[in-house]
Design a protein around this ligand. Structure first.
Ligand SMILES: CC(C)(COP(=O)(O)OP(=O)(O)OC[C@H]1O[C@@H](n2cnc3c(N)ncnc32)[C@H](O)[C@@H]1OP(=O)(O)O)[C@@H](O)C(=O)NCCC(=O)NCCS
Length: 272
């Protein structure tokens, strides 16, 4: 059930975890400044009200040890397959912190929370079917969206793209490609990432991943994020909310939620 911590040993154990500092960002990561719109909050300590969507910014800095024991055997085995220690560290922090946040929403012990994987790879909570979540990571940052509707989130660290127009021509719709090319050259990189994250947030919400061609629907390039149309006729743009959730300089992010209007709260996972 959303918003209510179950009494008993699981809730007790959760409370004990929340008293411990959950997350300590390394001060050296000066390239990761979060916008002040992301309110600093201890992971797992906020209730999710009905209809609300929380988007957590999780800095993938600091030490992973405190999260190690929270991971399932599968998650741990996956983290051990990373060749580079830094990738392993970021994976453990992202998944451990995600568990603390989801445990807080579900009222369950983060370490025993069952996270299953759908046929096309989208993780879900079989015991809490009304609690939807989606994770995205790029560079030293992860975004986790949690709510009671189908949702998807995408974050990208902005990087120079040599063949930006080729990628855009291959993946975007004709209208999006033309809108992008009409931008002054010095704004095309930002425009590209804006379109990309808005589109990827949708395909992550429906869970199909990149097996779905990105050009079968249109999103806006303008400041206001919105769906312009779905060519297959299976979706109604009016039944979706699309929002930019750009977490800080150098990053672009977007959120797609299957609801006409979503009340979105931006939170930054931080030490207690
Ligand atoms: C989902 C996908 C678009 C993610 O792209 P990305 O930009 O590289 O990655 P992001 O950081 O935004 O998101 C990754 C997270 O999304 C989640 N995720 C994985 N598959 C997902 C899916 N199909 N839908 C939604 N979310 C998914 C996971 O939590 C993943 O995090 P993890 O790898 O640390 O566990 C891409 O991996 C994809 O297309 N996957 C589908 C593959 C597929 O079709 N498989 C079918 C056969 S199983």
């Amino acid at each position: 059930m959303l918003g209510a911590a179950r009494p008993g040993p699981e809730a007790e154990s959760l409370a004990a975890r929340l008293r411990a500092p959950c997350y300590a960002p390394a001060p050296s990561m000066d390239d990761l400044q979060l916008h002040p719109s992301f309110a600093p909050v201890a992971p797992g300590s906020v209730r999710l009200a009905p209809g609300e969507v929380h988007v957590w910014a999780i800095p993938l800095t600091g030490e992973p040890e405190q999260f190690q024991d929270l991971l399932s055997a599968t998650e741990r085995a996956r983290s051990e397959r990373f060749r580079f220690l830094d990738h392993r560290r970021r994976h453990v922090i992202a998944h451990g912190c995600m568990r603390v946040i989801l445990g807080g929403c579900a009222g369950a012990d983060p370490a025993v929370l069952e996270i299953a994987i759908g046929t096309r790879g989208k993780p879900f909570l079989p015991r809490y079917p009304h609690l939807h979540f989606n994770l995205s990571h790029s560079g030293h940052l992860a975004l986790l969206a949690v709510g009671d509707r189908e949702l998807g989130v995408d974050v990208e660290k902005l990087r120079h793209l040599e063949s930006l127009q080729d990628i855009a021509r291959r993946h975007f719709s004709q209208a999006e490609f033309e809108a992008l090319c009409s931008l002054p050259e010095d704004r095309q990189l930002q425009g590209f990432y804006r379109l990309w994250t808005r589109k990827e947030a949708y395909i992550k919400a429906v869970g199909v991943g990149l097996s779905m061609p990105l050009d079968v629907f249109d999103v806006s390039l303008a400041d206001e994020a919105r769906f312009l149309g779905f060519r297959d006729g299976n979706e109604d743009p009016a039944l979706w909310t699309l929002r930019d959730v750009s977490p800080g300089p150098g990053y672009t992010g977007a959120l797609a939620v299957r609801t006409a209007q979503a009340a979105v709260r931006l939170l930054a996972a931080t030490a207690t």
